[in-house]
Design a protein around this ligand. Sequence first.
Ligand SMILES: Cc1cc2nc3c(=O)[nH]c(=O)nc-3n(C[C@H](O)[C@H](O)[C@H](O)COP(=O)(O)OP(=O)(O)OC[C@H]3O[C@@H](n4cnc5c(N)ncnc54)[C@H](O)[C@@H]3O)c2cc1C
Length: 541
Amino acid sequence: MSIEPSLSNKLFDYIIVGGGTAGCILANRLSADGKHQVLLLEAGEKNKHPWISIPAGFSKLLTHETFNWRFQSQPEENTLQRQIAIPRGKGLGGSTLINGMIYVRGIAEDFDGWAEQGATGWSFAQVAPYFKKLEHYLPPAGQYADPARGLDGPLYIVEESERHPLTSAFIKSAQRHGLPLNPDYNVGAQLGVGYYQVVKKNGRRWHVADAYIEPARGRKNLHIVTGFLAHRLLFENRKCIGVQGAAAGKTHVFRAGKEVIVSAGAIQSPQLLELSGIGSKERLQALGIEVVRDLPAVGENYIDHYCTRMNWRLQGITTLNEQTRGLALVKEVMKYAFLRRGALSLGTGLVYGFVKSDPDLPLADVQFFFVHASYANAAERILDKAPGMTIGVAQLRPQSVGSIHIAKNDIHAQPLIKPNFLSAQTDRESLIGGMKVARDIVGTAPLRQYVAQEISPGSAVVSDEEWLQFARENGQTIYHPIGTCRMGTDANTVVDPELRVRGVQGLRVVDASIMPAMVSGNTQAAVMMIAEKAADHILSR
Ligand SMILES: Cc1cc2nc3c(=O)[nH]c(=O)nc-3n(C[C@H](O)[C@H](O)[C@H](O)COP(=O)(O)OP(=O)(O)OC[C@H]3O[C@@H](n4cnc5c(N)ncnc54)[C@H](O)[C@@H]3O)c2cc1C
């Protein structure tokens, strides 16, 4: 995309780097009163495609060249030297263009834990109003929303409304196993089973650019440049004064009077900081990068959800595997086209379980993703031909900590991502316990009548060592990296509780990277809350 020459000569109040989940919200909120000149810079060029708006397009987007950065982890011993695909969204809307649309706030204890770790001002009581502000929750027909839910914010959230005999059977079996039916896992206790809440409007994906950029498009003080890859931040006496990068092969510099806000996500925010001279002095000097601020915590504290997928061959029932083939698919396409319902209206997990891997635990420590489909290739979501079902099992609050750092002084070079999955004993125990609970539920009536065979891991897997080996061989990320520009007050943090980068002026980081610890669930909601709160911090200065 060519850039209007007038933009290069302008002094903006705020420049936001990364038009993703957090960036779109900031662009809207910072430009709302018309007083500030705001520039939003996004590397992706497009955000419109049928695979984006149709929820079932999720599987296509996992490897899409235009809308996905397609990172890979480094081979690691714990996961048997496999390189694990790490998708990240690209385009206005960021990872909400390609994500699974599942909406989970996390629990009060997550945010109280952040505050205890030094994130002053981020306890649950202090962040709850921002969740409420962003939500446009439409409860299922006949149900009232809890007063803690937001009803008129920009983000449309509905309960998944597709029903299938297998999803009902799973819920009943889980109840017989002791899990309560939970009408809203986003308020109060999370433990339980039911249908996921998803970010959709009229059966279509409702990404963050739909929610926050479209309503703000006409503002004269909001300038949006897509197709611009930021290469580095510019400093004068340790004050961030602008951004240098390229669009369509041409170098451009944009200048900020008040602040630059980096919202490039948990992988690319630390990447951009390091390329700009903020990071471990030794690491940067070894790559020939001039050090602006020695901040060794940049790129550390990489935490992500690791998920194993168990699946079963079924009998006496039809599943998505067959519903999305041949003539049956034509029927589903018509159903979606006319009613916005059916197989194409589904993203990823349909039914949730928030489960205790050990009954003595005070809180659920495992999340289930149940879907009436099974995958010949789980990473690329290629469906089996015969009827099947899958339960994804992930530990909610992983303690395994990895890192992401640049490999070269080059924005185009793949960074070194080392998730260090399964390195903490508690993560291994929770995952093994969670998989055993999943197997027990499947063996409970009424679900068990449909089961012909456990395909993966298979009934031969019984001992803890065998379960762990299965997890090492088969686990994948469920795409929730966080923590790499950690917020707090101690020496191992990158930003302070107002998200200002330590030791420099005029620079904040606002995105998933600032979370001190994982939230109990999928991360979009927490990132959105962070951006809503950060906008208040910035405007109150
Ligand atoms: C495949 C997938 C499935 C997921 N499923 C779910 C789910 O079902 N529910 C859920 O809650 N969460 C889910 N998540 C996680 C959730 O979407 C993310 O945690 C969240 O969207 C991250 O927001 P962010 O603002 O940190 O980063 P992003 O939204 O990724 O935004 C970063 C933006 O910065 C841009 N950018 C990066 N570097 C540069 C640069 N140098 N110059 C210019 N622009 C740059 C990127 O193109 C991108 O648009 C999923 C994520 C993925 C990838």
